[in-house]
Structure formats: structure tokens, C-alpha cells
Write a protein that binds this ligand. Structure first.
Ligand code: GTP
Ligand code: MG
Length: 448
């Protein structure tokens, strides 16, 4: 049954958000293992593991009190198999880990570890072992602020709970307990647990749908028609939030030197050179090799990108892997099934140029900026204005109107008036307006 009033809704949501800790609390000194894939003949060659290790290290350091104390790159042919490493490598790894008494856990930089693999490795090493999915999910949990973001994280956790369940039951079955029927119900313990999870998932989806419905309504009422919406996207930590702060002067915006600092889509109003107001949407950053389920649960949020008028792709050009990051962002965007024109009109901006002396962009239309120091922003705003006008079919016009006639009030009603300069001696005013559509302009010419 659907809860009827807001209190009940909130209670149900709190219940859905109650959960066990994913990672141990407090300080962790992590041993980072990166299985470097060696491809067979004819398959693409991985160039280097360095950036992957750097990124994994950054993920660990995002967690409070966690640090990487040692790193090891180990080659593997079968990163997705239950036995990730060959026998010799595994023995060497085990020996190294056992010889490091200061470490408290191991981060195996694979997308996702099967539960039995985790168990086996933990038994061999006597330490907890985490994968990329668990670490990122934990960061998401810590950074999610709004109810919507928290529910989305809860949704992303369902597959994890499901595989834990399967694993536990398999374990119990082994001991003869798992398939026992719960008295009178005709369901086994496993079936009950699976049903509970299914119901939980459905409830989360319903709660999310409710919240999104409200947001859509708000958004439509507030501004959709009037102000163009610019979605600011990019790799995590590239400076999206910093840029929005610089473009809008919004003091409530808080950039942080963290991966996935932003998990909630928020809108911030800013104005372009001709005083046109636009709404910038801050979005969740992209990361390569993220498990699909994790991104999918946030796709509802990212759907908002599909409804924007323009996409602004922010790149951190000081990052050694900036090209790879760009490719990763573009492929993620493509997988979101955005309308074609939105991808075609995308504006690319090169950020953090203060860290790259003498930088000049190789892409023809990209503007070089420093969101932190505020350089290049005038050029960016001018480019954004052109792009917004083109993408939305809006026209920016300066019209001379008679003060006596009905023109001015018509413009106030049907267009967005940016500026009015009255010339009293001539009885006219120069009005700068944004006309929402060609048909509106046609109407104006016909009327006056
Ligand atoms: N040097 C320099 N640092 C910058 C610039 N822009 C952003 N930063 C820094 O980069 C870090 C990340 O900035 P954010 O704005 O939080 O990045 P984001 O893209 O919103 O990151 P997520 O929300 O985590 O995806 C912060 O420490 C910023 O101060 C810049 O132009 N120059
Ligand atoms: Mg951010």
C-alpha cells in the first residue's frame, strides 16, 4: 500500500535507509593491489597501470582516516575469474601481505569481486579485502545528503545484498540449514529473504518516483519555461562545482578536493553577458570502470541532463589522464541516451589551466579557464550565451519601441526583458529582450 501522508512517507524512507556498515569505521592502513590485465595477442594493450593505481589511491584517501601504505601491481590474465591471480603470483602476494604487519586491510582494484573470492582471499590473508564497488559505494553513502541521493545509494546496494544473501545461503545449505521451510509458510528461508529484498527494492523505486515527481513539478512551475538550463558535467574532481560557484557567485556552493563531493543535482542561477539568466545544474561526476548498477541507480538524476538545453563539459586539463577522462565521460554520456542535438551542441571547457603554464587548447572551440582564479570566465560566458541562444532558438534583440504604445508591455508579457534604456527626448526606449521563439518574434512584427 502507498503511504498516505508526508510523515508516513518519511518514516517509510527512514526504514528503507537503515543499513549495516559497509566498511569498518576508523583508521585503515590499506595495502593496494592492482591486477594489471595482460591481454592476449590481437587484443588491445593496456598502456599503463599508473593512472589506475593513482585513481584507486585517491578513492581510498577520500575516506576519512584511510590511507594507502603500500601498493603492488600484479599481472593477471583473468581479472574476472574466481582465482584472479595465477598460483605463483598469488603466493608472492600472500607472502608480501603477511610480511606487512602495519596494514589493516587490502583494496583489490577490480570492479567487483565475487563473494566466494572475497571469502577465500580474506581467509588466505587474514585481513578484510575490498573492491572498487564497495569503496565507491561507501563514498557515495558518506556524501549523499538529500533524501533522493540517499535512496539512490540504497537502490545501488540491492545487488550487493542479493549476492551476499546467495552466498550466505549457499554456505548454510552446505551445513543443511538453508532449504528448511519456515513453519506453515511454504517458503524456504532463502525465498523469504529474496522476497523481502524484492519488496525493499520496489519500495525504494516508488519512494524515488514520488520524490522525482515532486521535483519535476517544482522545476516546471519555477523556471523551465523562462530560463535555459545548462547541465555541467565532467569527470569527478574536474572542478564542476568550483566553476558553478565562479559563474554564479553562489556562496552556498561548496567545492571540495574529494572524489564524488557532489551527489545531488542542484540548480544555481547565473547571468550571461547580455543579462540573460541561465540555470546551471551541478551533477555527479563520472569515473571510469564504475559498476553499471551504481550508475544506473543514479540515472534517474542524470535524466535531468536530458531535459537541459545545453551540456557544458568541464575538463581538468592539468590531470595527466585528461584525454582518457574525456573519453570516459563521452562514453558515459552516450550510454545515457541523450537527445542527439544535446550532444552535438555540447560546449567543452578546459579547466585548471593555472596549473599548466602556457596552456593552449588543441580542440578548436574549447575555452581555457581557471575556475579557481576566475580567469577566462568572460570568454566562457560569451560562448555559453551564443551556444544557449543557438540551442534553444531564442533570439537576443535590441528593439526600439515607442513609450506611448503597447509594445513595451507586450514584450514584458511575451518575452524576457533584459534591459530598458529610455531616451526621453525621442519618446522611445531601447529594449534588450530575449525572444523565446521565432513565432513570438513573428507575432511582435505583425502586431507592431
Ligand atoms: N588549481 C585549480 N584547482 C581547481 C580549479 N577548479 C577546481 N579546482 C580544485 O579541484 C578540486 C575539485 O573541485 P570541485 O569543484 O569540487 O570538483 P567537482 O568536479 O565538482 O568534483 P565532484 O563533485 O567530486 O565530482 C577542489 O580542490 C578545487 O579547489 C582550478 O581552476 N584550478
Ligand atoms: Mg562537485
Amino acid at each position: 500500500e502507498e503511504p498516505e501522508d508526508a510523515d508516513e512517507e518519511e518514516e517509510e524512507e527512514e526504514e528503507l535507509l537503515r543499513r549495516d556498515p559497509l566498511l569498518p569505521a576508523g583508521t585503515q592502513r590499506v595495502f593496494l593491489v592492482h591486477p594489471d590485465v595482460k591481454w592476449g595477442p590481437g587484443k588491445p594493450q593496456m598502456t599503463t597501470a599508473t593512472w589506475q593505481v593513482a585513481e584507486a589511491t585517491a578513492l581510498v584517501h577520500t575516506l576519512d582516516g584511510w590511507s594507502v601504505v603500500q601498493t603492488m601491481v600484479m599481472s593477471t590474465k583473468t581479472p574476472t575469474k574466481k582465482l584472479i591471480f595465477g598460483k605463483g603470483n598469488f603466493e608472492q602476494l600472500t607472502e608480501t601481505i603477511r610480511g606487512c604487519p602495519e596494514i589493516t586491510s587490502v583494496f583489490l582494484n577490480v570492479e567487483r569481486m565475487a563473494a566466494p573470492t572475497k571469502k577465500e582471499l580474506e581467509a588466505a590473508w587474514g585481513l578484510e579485502v575490498f573492491d572498487r564497488f564497495t569503496i565507491v559505494l561507501h563514498i557515495f553513502r558518506c556524501h549523499a545528503r538529500t533524501r533522493e541521493a540517499r535512496l539512490q545509494v540504497a537502490l545501488a546496494e540491492i545487488p550487493l545484498l542479493r549476492s551476499n544473501l546467495r552466498n550466505n545461503i549457499a554456505h548454510q545449505d552446505h551445513q543443511g540449514g538453508g532449504s528448511r521451510y519456515i513453519m506453515g509458510s511454504g517458503e524456504s528461508f532463502m525465498q523469504v529473504q529474496q522476497r523481502v529484498l524484492r519488496e525493499k527494492e520496489a519500495k525504494i523505486r516508488r519512494a524515488l518516483e514520488r520524490l522525482r515527481g515532486k521535483r519535476r513539478l517544482l522545476c516546471r512551475q519555477r523556471t523551465r519555461r523562462e530560463f535555459p538550463v545548462v547541465s555541467v558535467v565532467g569527470y569527478t574532481n574536474c572542478g564542476k562545482t568550483t566553476l558553478i560557484k565562479a559563474l554564479t557567485g553562489d556562496v552556498a556552493v561548496q567545492p571540495r578536493d574529494q572524489l564524488f563531493a557532489t551527489l545531488d543535482i542542484t540548480a544555481h542561477a547565473g547571468s550571461l553577458p547580455s543579462h540573460m539568466t541561465v540555470l546551471y545544474m551541478d551533477t555527479i561526476g563520472f569515473l571510469s570502470e564504475l559498476p553499471h548498477g551504481l550508475i544506473e541507480s543514479f540515472s534517474a538524476t542524470l535524466e535531468d541532463v536530458a531535459h537541459s538545453d545545453l551540456i557544458l563539459h568541464v575538463r581538468d586539463v592539468s590531470h595527466p589522464e585528461t584525454e582518457r577522462q574525456k573519453a570516459s565521460v563521452l562514453s558515459s554520456l552516450r550510454s545515457l541516451n541523450l537527445p542527439g542535438p544535446l550532444l552535438d551542441t555540447m560546449v567543452e571547457v578546459h579547466n585548471k589551466v593555472d596549473l599548466v603554464p602556457g596552456y593552449s587548447p588543441t580542440e578548436p572551440h574549447a575555452v581555457a579557464i581557471s575556475a579557481l582564479l576566475g580567469s577566462g570566465l568572460q570568454q566562457l560566458k560569451a560562448d555559453l550565451e551564443d551556444a544557449v541562444l543557438r540551442a534553444t532558438g531564442r533570439q537576443l534583440l535590441t528593439l526600439r519601441v515607442h513609450l506611448a504604445g503597447a509594445q513595451l508591455s507586450w514584450l514584458h508579457r511575451e518575452a524576457t526583458v533584459q534591459q530598458v534604456a529610455v531616451i526621453p527626448e525621442e519618446g522611445v526606449a531601447e529594449v534588450q529582450v530575449i525572444i523565446i521563439s521565432k513565432s513570438a518574434y513573428g507575432k511582435f512584427r505583425k502586431l507592431f
